[in-house]
Design a binder for this molecule. Structure first.
Ligand code: ZN
Length: 206
């Protein structure tokens, strides 16, 4: 699996473009559509995965769904957040996004999403930053990759003070992540990638 990253919005949210034998999965949907198209070219775009319902992660989702005609995977709570201003991240900046014309697939903890080739992911529900936060775990050959959204960053964790955030749930989610192999490579929603073994000391102290 080849991992490419493009950032989107002023918050520089990482969008991961994952390719394996001509198939592509996009994690998050806030990058520039044309930049993604240029990277993907004629490859088959099979899915968009969202880690949670904050606008800096999905602001261009309608454009992607329209262009690539692929299903969108998200939690039911993430869709609710996208549709409900009060629960959103900075409600006044929340864009109006209507996902009803698109194929939505609701995911939950421990679901396995298998798109063929190496594009196989396990969903880990990791509430804390929001009630709808998930991480996507991929095992490719002997490597473990974690797409961690805003749950874990390089040298930090996501805020828990936004609507539906919970420091208590975040602690439990971090515990879950600490059970993964130490060599897990972490691809966060913002900032540089890292490894669990680098973050472990900080995370154990939370
Ligand atoms: Zn967020």
């Amino acid at each position: 699996m080849e991992v490419n990253v493009l950032t989107g919005t002023l918050l520089e949210t990482n969008n991961y473009i994952l390719e394996s034998n001509g198939k592509v999965v996009l994690i998050e949907a806030s990058a520039n559509l044309n930049s993604v198209k240029e990277l993907v070219k004629d490859k088959e775009f099979v899915a968009i995965l969202l880690t949670h319902g904050h606008w800096d992660h999905y602001i261009n989702i309608e454009k992607f769904a329209e262009e690539f005609k692929c299903p969108i995977y998200l939690t039911e709570q993430a869709n609710e957040k996208i549709n409900t201003k009060e629960k959103a991240f900075y409600a006044d900046r929340n864009p109006k996004v209507d996902l009803t014309p698109y194929k939505l697939i609701y995911i939950k903890d421990q679901d396995v999403l298998d798109f063929g080739n190496d594009l196989k992911f396990k969903v880990l529900a990791t509430p804390g930053h929001t009630n709808c936060s998930v991480c996507y775990l991929a095992c490719v050959k002997d490597e473990t990759l974690l797409f961690s959204g805003d749950t874990i960053f390089n040298n930090g964790i996501g805020r828990c003070d936004l609507p539906t955030g919970s420091p208590k749930e975040m602690k439990e989610s971090i515990k879950k992540i600490l059970n993964l192999p130490e060599k897990t490579v972490i691809f966060p929603g913002h900032g540089e990638l890292t490894m669990l073994q680098i973050e472990i000391n900080n995370l154990q102290q939370l």
